[in-house]
Design a protein. Structure first.
Length: 118
């Protein structure tokens, strides 16, 4: 399994006498590349046609795995909600803002003069 994407490109070589300069069907390639993000940076790697096929299957398996994990999390959330619904719910007054008071006020000390007392 892996994350990323595979792209396929047909390129012009830049030589004016080459048929690829005039005819898009005559372009060179296909060239395959695998691209993924690593620590916020994009990394690319060229692949052969066979390598591109293998990586595409790996990406598909990774996407399938992620969707299975998402479905599992949804089932867990439903189960947790059912479990929570069996527990006694707090009264609505407890959810109001400003419901609790400080037991004592904080007092600040007067600033120190920096002199020591005898």
């Amino acid at each position: 399994m892996r994350r990323g994407s595979v792209s396929e490109r047909l390129v012009k070589c830049g030589k004016s006498a080459c048929p690829c300069a005039q005819d898009p069907k005559a372009r060179h390639g296909p060239y395959f590349s695998f691209t993924r993000a690593v620590k916020g940076q994009t990394q690319s790697r060229f692949l052969s046609a066979d390598g591109a096929t293998v990586v595409r299957h790996q990406i598909e398996r990774g996407q399938q795995f992620r969707s299975e994990v998402d479905a599992y999390w949804k089932r867990c959330e439903r189960s947790a909600d059912q479990e929570l619904s069996k527990v006694e719910v707090a009264p609505p007054e407890a959810a109001k803002k400003g419901g609790s008071q400080r037991s004592s006020k904080r007092r600040s000390r007067p600033p120190s003069s920096g002199k020591s007392k005898p």
